[in-house]
Write a protein that binds this ligand. Structure first.
Ligand code: AMP
Ligand code: MG
Length: 406
């Protein structure tokens, strides 16, 4: 339901140097073939097959260099060769390159003339085309080399430069905002009474949202538990945000004003309460101007799990990414066979062998256990069908794993 309302944000042109990790919003074509001409793949010597018909050691005089970046010199008549480097254009008539290591080089200190010899067994192993990269063998001119909706990885950044893209059209960054609620919640630098606690939700969410170059998070704000404060904070945040995260105040308590305030502000509530643990009271809404809101129950582990689980797909859609997050499946090293009649997000540590180990936890307020975990697995609701009961092979079951970072 949420994804139906999450449309990719606008696009903008930016310098290639700033584009790392951003979401590509244009088709990229090769402006010329790659390589643009036949080039040597090795440091060595340029040869012609016709000159190699020898059963004894062949001696060739080195007549000139064929350096990279310049028009190749003509190939000398036999018995001569050109010294050639990796990336040098292949001179006309040359149909193979021999590696430097496969020759014996003979410098002549008196004449400054040099030659190479090639042994008969090496001669026999040579074949036309050896160590030549052909024009267009990577890609032909005008071919599409990248489609919209992918992250600009280091290799894509390099490729954009290779094909002359000084500027690149990307989706603008997705703007996010965070509002924490709760009269008992104080900033990090505060000295709380035993009846209060320091805010852990906004630093955790901010850390999660800091991990992608295509996000533009606003500094978190806090609202006390009154409809007036919450409404004002939401109005301020929506001026900036494509997606607003709220924490706390969304459950059944007398001070849980968030759902009513959102309704007053014209929200279309997409869902409120999900069959999941932790984070059952989670709410999602679409505001009249199109912004999306995820209101999460305030318990720290609920916030981290549900922001990751519900927020990540929405953010990817908003960002313009085409592919869903790839599933990363893990098996548990020691399975306790438990499941619930709802989606259960269980804390796990990743082990060096690729398995995951359950992390014991006291509950959704237990941020210390969550901080020991690398993320969580998604245990689907108990499957009580006969088929499932007959094949109840819990030990080999695989679960999607989500790390805390996006
Ligand atoms: P609530 O959803 O507002 O009922 O809050 C549930 C629990 O989460 C309460 O124990 C709150 O004290 C706690 N909590 C709410 N917001 C925060 C926060 N920003 N940081 C740490 N704990 C919080
Ligand atoms: Mg509260």
């Amino acid at each position: 339901m949420l994804l139906d309302h999450a449309h990719a944000v606008d696009t903008q042109a930016i310098p290639l140097a700033d584009a790392s990790g951003r979401v590509l919003a244009q088709t990229v074509r090769a402006d010329r073939p790659s390589p643009a001409c036949d080039v040597s793949a090795m440091d060595g010597y340029a040869l012609r097959t016709a000159d190699l018909d020898h059963t004894t050691t062949l001696t060739l005089a080195i007549i000139a260099d064929a350096p990279p970046g310049t028009k190749p010199p003509p190939m000398p008549p036999a018995p001569g060769t050109l010294r050639i480097m990796t990336g040098s254009p292949i001179p006309p008539g040359v149909d193979l390159v021999i590696k430097r290591e496969d020759t014996t080089e003979h410098p002549d200190p008196h004449t400054n003339k040099q030659s190479i010899t090639i042994e008969p067994d090496v001669l026999q192993s040579l074949a036309p085309g050896n160590h030549i990269r052909r024009q267009g063998e990577n890609i032909a001119a005008d071919t599409i080399v990248a489609q919209p909706g992918v992250e600009i990885s280091p290799t894509r950044a390099g490729m954009l430069s290779l094909f002359g893209h000084t500027a690149v059209t990307v989706h603008r960054k997705v703007r996010t905002a965070i509002i924490t609620t709760g009269d008992e919640v104080l900033p990090t630098q505060a000295t709380p009474t035993p009846y209060q606690l320091r805010d852990s939700n906004s630093p955790a969410l901010a850390a999660m949202l800091a991990s992608k170059p295509w996000l533009d998070p606003a500094p978190p704000t806090h609202a006390n538990d009154t409809p007036k404060h919450i409404a004002a904070a939401i109005r301020d945040a929506l001026a900036h945000a494509d997606l607003l995260f709220l924490t706390g105040g969304v459950s059944m308590g007398d001070r849980d004003h968030v759902p009513a305030v959102l309704r007053d502000l014209g929200a279309n509530i997409l869902f409120h309460k999900l069959p999941q643990r932790p984070g059952k009271p989670a709410l999602a809404a679409r505001m009249p101007d199109g912004q999306l809101v995820l209101a999460l129950p305030g318990n720290p582990v609920s916030v981290c799990v549900t922001a990751r689980r519900l927020g990540s797909p929405v953010l990817r859609h908003l960002a313009g990414l085409i592919a869903p997050e790839p599933d990363r499946l893990v098996t548990l090293d020691q399975h306790d066979g438990k499941s619930l009649e709802l989606w259960w997000h269980r804390l796990v540590q990743l082990l060096p062998d690729g398995c995951a180990r359950l992390v014991a936890t006291v509950g959704s307020g237990d941020l210390v256990s969550a901080a020991r975990a690398d993320g969580f697995i998604e245990v689907p609701p108990t499957d009580t069908s006969d088929d499932a009961l007959n094949h109840n092979d819990a030990a080999n079951r695989q679960y999607p794993f989500r790390p805390w970072t996006l």
